[in-house]
Design a protein. Structure first.
Length: 332
């Protein structure tokens, strides 16, 4: 932001409405496991344990996968122990079979960021839940009310201290916003800590006492100095790195509005037209782009159009960008 640019106060957040386009189900929102609280009853857990499957995850979030990375490798619960292992968490039931996760050593494998988009709906949901729950347990060993050590309950969905204080897994809501001009352009920006060339849509955490729509308006104004209207909900996705829920929105800005990247948070922000974004997608995935009548890719540094790397397939940001591009090319 230039020194002579003065930010105006954020206007009241408009109510959410239709965005004018839809997006595909976000990659990490595809879970199909039964997560009913009724599954976590202690007697039932013990009765179902012999037929259950157990996923092992190391401290780096890696699990064992099939050779092509499209399936989780689990073990028979009965072969591991006669009853649920200490520290194990129930992820849910798939086709009537309980699936658990536990910390342990992993030989090779990979994590959610790298393989989440390759897994089936059921496995993607299981790995997302395992990452979220085991990460929470690693950081939640003491009661926030009395400071005493606490212990997980049998299914791993709560922790209880000696004074009976019960704690649940934390989820921090954040908005992620595709800013468009109502016609043919969107804003993409990059944070200083990202790999060279990586650009994405804007995002930020919800503050205490703030609505989701209010966060959208505030964050866009703070990060690039632009007022937005027509705030529209798109979809949400868990993002367990370590405990966020990304709530996706589209919001409209004035065409060609000047962008003022916030010093220290946004290194660069630019408007990109639809043809340019489609060319970026074509450089990474020609088959997908062909479905949208893509122009020929324009090569840039690193093999990406214009030297820009779009978000990876695990991120809801990628779904948002693809949904906007497809809508403008007659695919919706």
């Amino acid at each position: 932001m230039t020194a002579d640019h003065q930010r105006e106060p954020s206007p009241p957040a408009p109510p959410a409405g239709p965005a004018g386009f839809t997006i595909a189900v976000p990659t990490l929102s595809r879970g199909t496991a039964d997560r009913s609280e009724d599954l976590r009853e202690t007697g039932r857990l013990l009765a179902q344990w012999p037929d259950a499957r157990v996923l092992t995850m190391d401290k780096a979030g890696r699990v064992e996968l099939s050779g092509d990375g499209t399936r989780l490798r689990t073990r028979s619960a009965a072969a591991l122990a006669a009853e649920p292992l200490s520290g194990a968490v129930l992820l849910g039931a798939v086709d009537g079979i309980d699936h658990w996760a536990v910390r342990g050593e992993v030989d090779g494998g990979g994590g959610l960021r790298d393989y989440g988009s390759l897994l089936s709906d059921a496995d993607a949901g299981l790995l997302t839940t395992a990452t979220a729950l085991l990460t929470w347990h690693s950081a939640a060993g003491f009661c926030p009310r009395c400071g005493r050590s606490n212990e997980p309950t049998p299914a791993g969905w709560t922790r209880v201290c000696p004074q009976g204080h019960e704690e649940f897994p934390r989820t921090d809501p954040a908005v992620i916003v595709l800013v468009h001009d109502g016609a043919d352009s969107i804003v993409l920006a990059r944070q200083p800590i990202w790999p060279q060339g990586r650009m994405s849509v804007l995002a930020g955490f919800v503050e205490a006492g703030e609505s989701l729509e209010g966060t959208v308006v505030r964050e866009v104004l703070e990060e690039v100095g632009v007022h937005v209207t027509e705030v529209s909900y798109l979809a949400s996705q868990p993002w367990p790195f370590p405990r966020s829920l990304m709530v996706g929105f589209a919001a409209r800005a004035e065409p060609g509005a000047a962008l003022f990247p916030r010093d220290g948070e946004i290194e660069e922000a630019r408007w990109f037209d639809r043809a340019s974004v489609l060319a970026m997608i074509a450089a990474e995935d020609p088959v997908q782009a062909d479905n949208w009548a893509a122009p020929a890719p324009v090569s840039g540094p690193g093999g990406s159009s214009f030297g820009v790397l779009l978000p990876g397939p695990v991120s809801i940001a990628r779904r948002m960008i693809e949904g906007w591009v497809a809508h403008g090319n007659g695919s919706h």
